[in-house]
Design a protein around this ligand. Structure first.
Ligand code: HEC
Ligand code: HEC
Length: 209
């Protein structure tokens, strides 16, 4: 029983988000929380949703439903993103929808970056061609669309950061992408690291549409 106050103190401490100003609250329907966290998100994902940091995905131009789903998964701890721990705790569903709508409406080829910047390595025509052929053979476009712009809960791949996609596909193929749709691990099963590198290289070099 002696430990109780300590536990309570920690619970109260955790209930205070460090970013929240006075009067902040996740009341149903309010999107004030979304506006408050946007500068935080910008520090990693870019002010206009175009990431210039290795292994951090761009969010600009992603389908709204995809972003919304991922934010719920991350908030509930079902998809583990250590860099974002606790950041979404106080956000309502309406806040998450508001963030998703905002990012979905931004252009990936925005003022802070271009899709060329998404490529971690200098464009290689041979690797782009190899990636394009593999993507066709593996029917990636049936879900991600032939333009690879994504739809509904399926993410956009065109212009996404090469390093992020490569690392994510390795985890997915190896069944280590906790909280991600298992459809992707079966799709990528049997592919070599080299093939995943070519796929990531191809998608990241697809221009804006
Ligand atoms: C400290 C850096 C950091 C901050 C701040 C941050 N994120 Fe992230 N975010 C990441 C990383 C890293 C990933 C990718 C994790 C992985 O590899 O699966 C990610 C993934 C995501 C994804 C999934 C994207 C995809 O393509 O799978 C969404 C959506 C997202 N973040 C939204 C946000 C929002 C909204 C905020 C602000 C509330 C935010 N993030 C703040 C680092 C950050
Ligand atoms: C049957 C539908 C389907 C097919 C086919 C498919 N995908 Fe996906 N893919 C998805 C879905 C759904 C997600 C989102 C996963 C989640 O919710 O975590 C996804 C996620 C991804 C991601 C992570 C992107 C991000 O922003 O986090 C990459 C990369 C990817 N797919 C690449 C591919 C490649 C390459 C192929 C072809 C070899 C492919 N996908 C085929 C449905 C599909």
């Amino acid at each position: 029983m002696k430990r109780m106050p300590v536990v309570l103190a920690i619970a109260v401490f955790l209930a205070q988000p460090s970013w929240a100003g006075p009067g902040a609250g996740a009341t149903a329907g309010s999107t004030a929380g979304a506006e408050q966290v946007k500068p935080l998100c910008a520090a990693c994902h870019g002010a206009q949703g175009v990431s210039s940091i290795p292994a951090i995905p761009s969010l600009a131009g992603q389908p709204k439903v995809f972003i919304e789903n991922q934010l719920v998964m991350i908030r509930e701890g079902l998809r583990e993103v250590p860099a974002m721990t606790g950041m979404l705790d106080k956000l309502s569903d309406a806040d998450l929808t508001s963030l998703a709508t905002w990012y979905a409406g931004l252009k990936l080829d925005g003022p802070t970056g271009s899709s060329a910047q998404a490529s971690a390595t200098p464009p290689s025509n041979a690797r782009i061609a190899a990636g394009a052929t593999m993507a066709k053979q593996a029917l990636c476009g049936t879900c991600h669309l032939p333009t690879y712009l994504g739809q509904s809960q399926v993410p956009r791949l065109a212009g996404q950061r090469e390093d992020y996609m490569q690392q994510t596909m390795v985890l997915m193929r190896d069944g280590k992408a906790v909280g991600r749709d298992s459809i992707m691990s079966s799709t990528l099963r049997g592919m070599s690291d080299e093939q995943l590198r070519d796929l990531a290289h191809y998608f990241s070099n697809l221009g804006s549409f």
